[in-house]
Design a protein around this ligand. Structure first.
Ligand SMILES: Nc1ncnc2c1ncn2[C@@H]1O[C@H](COP(=O)(O)OP(=O)(O)O)[C@@H](O)[C@H]1O
Ligand SMILES: [Mg+2]
Length: 302
């Protein structure tokens, strides 16, 4: 079982679109895939389920909020109980592929604050224990799944708060979608530094005392994938090429493939509950680009 977080500080860079399409295509290729929506905006959730259905069947006790929210802490709750199988997408899968989802909730926004209040402690040992308790919440849930999935894809919110840090602690790899523009490329460098700091802090804290010790974490950067790339004559337009080459100078992998910009196609897909990669036979260019990326991802990351 491999856990991969899709992260970028910036909103609107294509995190959710990438998560949905990567998950959909991997499930079509017979992987057992679980998506976890950690963004309170719940875009991933509503890319697979209608809001009315979510409200009726999931909102009250079947979202990731139930797992994180300290005041809701229910010792009997199992992580498995939060999983559901979205309907519309299933008929695009065949064979042994699975596509499941743990949905998000708007109120997850308050959870970060609530979790932050349980940090700290009267002495070093207590602080370490609280740090681990707060940051290991998600990994504890994922461990309950007992390798039932091949791949877990986590769609993160556009921040570096405690919920995002939980995703990193639980991850084998970090996938960074980015738009090729000035601010996005600045953000990548900052993201990498925050990531390194979290890993260092966690690993300093994971040996609590002689009796209690957790494994150190070492999430790898899967790479940067450029999204919403504008093409002209079979190549990315010249205005964005400097940002692509600038990112290649950072000490992290950059995927050779791009996700091409196509507003109509990507904006419409969520309302039908099926990602573009599974439905758009009439746009072989877009679909084959996503597939090219999934080929690389399968080869290098899984
Ligand atoms: N390749 C693309 N081309 C055009 N529009 C896109 C593309 N990918 C995503 N979008 C659109 O951009 C907006 C933000 O994408 P989203 O995946 O929700 O980003 P994030 O999760 O990073 O906030 C959405 O309206 C989405 O439909
Ligand atoms: Mg999103």
């Amino acid at each position: 079982m491999k856990t991969i977080s899709v992260i970028n500080y910036k909103g609107g860079v294509g995190k959710t679109t990438l998560t949905a399409n990567l998950a959909g295509e991997l499930a079509r290729r017979d992987y057992k895939v679980l998506m976890i929506d950690l963004d309170p905006q719940a875009s991933l959730t509503f890319s697979f389920i209608q809001p009315e259905e979510w409200k009726k069947n999931l909102a009250s006790n079947k979202t990731i909020k139930n797992w994180f929210k300290p005041s809701l802490k229910d010792k009997k709750l199992k992580f498995q109980d939060l999983i559901f199988e979205p309907d519309n997408v299933q008929r695009y899968l065949n064979g042994s592929g699975q596509l499941h989802l743990i949905s998000s909730h708007l109120e997850l926004i308050n959870v970060d604050l609530e979790l932050a209040t349980s940090l700290g402690g009267a002495n070093m040992e207590q602080s370490k224990q609280n740090f681990l308790k707060v940051h290991r919440r998600l990994i504890n849930g994922i461990e309950q799944l007992d390798d039932a999935y091949d791949v877990i894809l986590i769609d993160c919110p556009p921040n570096f708060n405690i919920v995002t840090k939980n995703a990193i602690v639980a991850s084998d790899s970090i996938l960074i979608p980015a738009k090729p523009d000035y601010l996005s490329t600045l953000g990548i460098d900052y993201l990498i530094r925050s990531l390194d700091k979290l890993v260092k802090d966690y690993n300093d804290y994971c040996q609590v005392d002689d009796e209690e010790e957790f494994e150190e974490i070492d999430p790898q950067i899967a790479g940067v994938l450029f999204t919403m790339v504008q093409f002209y004559g079979g190549e990315p337009i010249s205005a964005i090429r400097p940002f692509i080459s600038q990112t290649k100078k950072l000490d992290i992998p950059v995927f050779d493939s791009y996700l091409r910009e196509n507003k109509t196609l990507f904006a419409d897909a969520p309302q039908y509950g099926v990602p573009v990669v599974l439905t758009n036979n009439h746009r072989p260019d877009i679909v084959s680009e996503i597939n090219e990326f999934v080929d690389q991802f399968e080869k290098n990351i899984l």
